[in-house]
Design a protein around this ligand. Structure first.
Ligand code: IMP
Ligand code: MG
Length: 185
């Protein structure tokens, strides 16, 4: 029988707790609602990482919006971006002339966001902006910035609130770091 929680067993440090994340999401939602009122607004969540942030964010938005998802992959089991973006699941919506807001969990090298912005512009979106929960600014490899940023975070590998390590830990209510021994398993 397992007695310890994931927190006790695998987490080294909590960087952002549930309360501070939800407070920040409410603040960002106010800004987004102002900026996208009366627009042909579509929010594109980048699966799987952005799923939890996306759901919590849209529930704070009291304006008409269209939900859609895309899934791209650049990471295998490792903890660094490879720079190669692979389309796993494409958008269903036509984004021609729409105001697109990409919702990401974290911007790291910037490769994913850069590729998505290019793709959506090519497809005829009216505007393409990005909202991310976390931003690792110092890790940028390409010139790209998010328009709405939840938190700037240090160059550490993070899990929780949608972020995974080897497919796990997405369901944690906080953002934290893993104990070093987890990577050596
Ligand atoms: P980028 O293309 O390097 O900016 O990476 C973006 C994607 O890498 C994010 O959407 C995440 O899925 C993943 N990623 C980057 N940093 C982390 C991290 O610290 N923990 C978990 N996933 C991460
Ligand atoms: Mg992601």
């Amino acid at each position: 029988m397992q007695t310890k929680s994931i927190l006790e067993r695998d987490i080294e440090e909590i960087l952002l707790n549930e309360k501070c994340i939800s407070k920040r999401i409410k603040e960002i939602a106010v800004q987004i609602a102002k900026d996208y009122e009366n627009k042909d607004f579509i929010m594109v969540g980048v699966l799987n990482g952005a799923a939890i942030f996306y759901i919590n964010l849209i529930m704070e938005l009291d304006i008409p919006l269209e939900m859609n998802f895309i899934r791209v992959s650049s990471y295998g089991k490792g903890v660094r971006s490879s720079g190669n973006i692979r389309m796993v699941y494409d958008l269903e919506a036509d984004i021609t002339n729409k105001d697109v807001l990409i919702v990401e969990d974290i911007i790291d090298s910037g490769n994913t966001l850069y590729a998505l912005k290019e793709l959506f512009c090519q497809r005829g979106a009216k505007t393409v902006r990005c909202c991310c929960l976390l931003d690792k600014k110092e890790r940028r490899e390409v010139m790209v910035e998010a328009d709405y940023v939840g938190f700037n975070v240090p160059d550490k590998f993070l899990v929780g609130y949608g972020l995974d390590y080897a497919g796990k830990y997405r369901n944690l209510k906080f953002v934290g770091t893993l104990k070093p021994e987890i990577y050596n398993k």
